[in-house]
Design a protein. Sequence first.
Length: 152
Amino acid sequence: MLSIKRGQKGFTLIELLIVIAIIGILAAIAIPMYRAQTVKAKLTEVSNSMSNVASATAAYYQDEGVWPPTALITAAAMKTTLGVSVPIGAKYIESGSIAAATGIIEFSVMATGDASVDAGSFILTPSVLTDGAINWIWSGGLGMPQAYVPKK
């Protein structure tokens, strides 16, 4: 006759609880990181559009010797004056403007899924160096958390 040995045939309750606790700890760390990276990815559209506008504004300054004399506050005005298309009102850019005579660019953010970011804006400030080069400085406007402001 065959004899069946009785051995361990599964996991104990303690082992299963330890695995569940580890998964819970990893999820508690990963989910906020995922959300932050998702918001940063959405803000890339805003910063890329601002970079395009900054390049066009710098070209205007190099050609004319002055910043645009009137404020550009609509996508149509930016396209007409600078020749660059900006998706204002689409996806993540609520509004955009270029200040008259200073070249300061500001875009307001919307629909990123983070209320603290949606209430804020990005600001790009030009600084003309002595050799004529333009250095753009990023900063966060009203309510924009510093962690989301582009470094350069």
